[in-house]
Design a protein around this ligand. Structure first.
Ligand SMILES: *[C@@H]1O[C@H](CO)[C@@H](O)[C@H](O)[C@H]1NC(C)=O
Ligand SMILES: *[C@@H]1O[C@H](CO)[C@@H](O)[C@H](O)[C@H]1NC(C)=O
Ligand SMILES: *[C@@H]1O[C@H](CO)[C@@H](O)[C@H](O)[C@H]1NC(C)=O
Ligand SMILES: *[C@@H]1O[C@H](CO)[C@@H](O)[C@H](O)[C@H]1NC(C)=O
Ligand SMILES: *[C@@H]1O[C@H](CO)[C@@H](O)[C@H](O)[C@H]1NC(C)=O
Ligand SMILES: *[C@@H]1O[C@H](CO)[C@@H](O)[C@H](O)[C@H]1NC(C)=O
Length: 310
């Protein structure tokens, strides 16, 4: 059995690899039928995984009625993701803290801002204590309008996660802007930006494998992409492979389902890859040890691959 350690590149997510099982937003919201639409979309956009992985976080939950305002214009799933990620604050605001903000006003960074999808100051939320004990919320790029107010605390686990209800969706032109669907995402661009440029270039040079990746991006795709130094060292051997073996190797490093790191961790066992084709087996086994996820394989490509890891 050979082992390989690769950078796990997840479409739909940023690459933050610290996570905890301290909370489960899906389960927290499941007790509240009035947030069922919001909860559904947290799962559909994979924001739930991101939320579960982080601590010191505040989720501004929207009622089913507030969600229907967002859905009325039939936004794409990626636009919904941007809008909902604006509702996840990267700080802990329990009911008490909301009413005791220093100087009565604060700007909170959000998951929208953290994903890098938001330009400039878009992606920050203004929280201001208003007259009569109200707390107003507004997207920073919303012309100073605090159009939503705090309704109630839904769940508090200090200082891991606070779930609060706000009266309506935070409006932001930037977040609502049409976002590309997953199949239009520039896969090789994302890889290059995350230290896998050599691998991305190899993929670009191989039309068949690139098409396979693109075809699978819509349904969710997890890529275990080798970092540049590793791939450079392997490149003389890679160059030597036949065209179809190159394709198999490239396709071997992707799994045609979305797997977050926490999903991989709870998923010991054999996984099919894009190169799996009936009897020609190209699969690997996921094995967990503590915080580390190891992929094990019997395939010869990965024995080759392992060579440069030493
Ligand atoms: C969170 O809770 C939901 C609903 O109970 C469950 O389906 C899901 O597997 C849980 N997620 C994790 C990471 O435990
Ligand atoms: C609160 O206001 C004071 C006086 O204007 C200022 O010095 C301080 O930095 C402010 N605190 C915060 C957290 O904004
Ligand atoms: C938040 O918005 C209010 C109202 O537009 C404004 O007075 C306040 O300065 C803003 N707070 C911050 C921290 O930008
Ligand atoms: C917060 O998370 C930590 C683990 O990250 C856990 O030990 C602790 O019990 C959690 N606190 C609450 C209140 O759930
Ligand atoms: C994708 O990104 C790569 C690298 O950044 C770039 O060279 C290429 O032109 C992009 N392709 C498209 C279709 O935008
Ligand atoms: C490439 O293939 C040839 C012929 O099979 C072999 O002799 C050579 O050692 C290989 N080179 C590398 C770097 O694997």
């Amino acid at each position: 059995m050979q082992q390989l350690k690769l950078l796990l590149l997840l479409l739909f997510t940023t690459t933050t690899f610290t996570f905890s099982h301290a909370h489960n937003i899906t389960r927290i919201l499941a007790d509240h039928p009035d947030f069922s639409t919001f909860n559904h979309y947290l799962t559909a956009t994979h924001l739930a995984d991101e939320i579960n992985r982080r601590t010191t976080i505040t989720v501004c939950a929207l009622s089913n009625a507030a969600m229907s305002d967002i859905l009325a214009s039939h936004p794409s799933i990626n636009t919904i993701k941007n809008v909902l990620s604006l509702h996840v604050l990267l700080d802990y605001f329990g009911a008490k803290k909301l009413h005791q903000i220093t100087n009565g006003t604060a700007l909170a960074a959000t998951m929208f801002q953290a994903t890098g999808s938001a330009p400039g100051s878009a992606g920050f939320v203004n929280i201001t204590d208003l007259k009569g004990g109200k707390v107003g919320f507004g997207a920073e790029d919303n012309g100073g309008n605090l159009d939503a107010v705090f309704v109630k605390s839904v769940a508090e686990k200090p200082y891991n996660i606070s779930v609060i209800q706000i009266s309506k969706a935070l409006t932001s032109d930037v977040a609502m802007a049409p976002a590309p669907g997953p199949s239009e995402v520039n896969l090789t661009g994302i890889m290059s930006a995350h230290g896998c440029k050599q691998f991305a270039d190899a993929l670009i040079a191989n039309g068949e494998a690139l098409n396979t990746y693109q075809d699978n991006a819509e349904g969710g795709l997890t890529v275990f992409c080798p970092l540049d130094d590793a791939f450079k060292a392997f490149f003389p051997k890679y160059k030597n492979l036949s065209k179809s073996d190159k394709t198999s190797f490239l396709e071997f490093l992707a799994v045609p389902v979305y797997q977050s790191l926490s999903m991989l961790k709870s998923n010991n066992g054999v996984m099919n890859t894009l190169a799996t084709d009936g009897a020609k087996k190209f699969d690997f086994t996921v094995q967990n040890e503590g915080e580390e996820v190891t992929l094990k394989t019997k395939d010869r490509y990965c024995q080759d691959y392992r060579d440069f890891d030493r």
